[in-house]
Structures are given as C-alpha cells and as structure tokens.
Design a protein. Structure first.
Length: 103
C-alpha cells in the first residue's frame, strides 16, 4: 500500500465484473475507502480532477476503446494491462480517435 491508497477520491472498477462500470468514490465518514485486490482504481486528492477524469473514462470514446480490447469471456476481463492502454491526456486534449469517432 502506498499514499495512493489513502487519498480521499477514487475512480474504481471491478476486475471481475463483466461490465465497464467506473465508479467515483469519495470518503465515507471522513475516511478513505480501501479496496481489495479485485478492484482497480485511480486516486486523487482533488475532487474536481477526480470528477473530470471520471467523465473522461465514461465518455463514448473511452467506453468504445475499452470495449474493443476487453475479452469478456476471461475470468478477469478487466485488468491493468487493458486499463493502462488508454492515454487519458490524449483523450482530454481531443486527440484520441476511435473507429466509432473518425476525425
């Protein structure tokens, strides 16, 4: 566990889920939420940055991208190697293109 574990804002997704469903999680009773090893997450100190990133991850471009590379028949279809393929900075700058959204 590192400092990231105890940050107040997180965007989480379950690795065992058969659905792309990111969740924005804040503190509960002024304490950070901690996940087990089946959950992948990004952590944030700033709520606004967390909300902006959450919107990016739930954008049609991001969902389309992930849907194209997730193998849903696997026991753990959502894994770090898949999640790390998306360049959030490029997506935020509008430089990210999917097959569904030609430029």
């Amino acid at each position: 566990m590192g400092d990231y574990t105890f940050k107040p804002w997180k965007i989480a997704i379950g690795g065992l889920y058969k659905k792309l469903e990111f969740r924005l999680i804040g503190e509960i009773i002024n304490k950070p939420v901690v996940f087990d090893d089946t959950v992948y997450f990004l952590s944030f100190d700033d709520e606004e940055v967390a909300r902006q990133t959450f919107e990016l991850l739930n954008s049609p471009a991001a969902i389309s991208f992930y849907s194209a590379i997730v193998f849903w028949d696997e026991k753990r279809p959502i894994k770090s190697s898949v999640l790390n393929c998306l360049n959030l900075a490029m997506l935020a700058d509008g430089e990210f293109v999917t097959a569904d959204a030609p430029r």
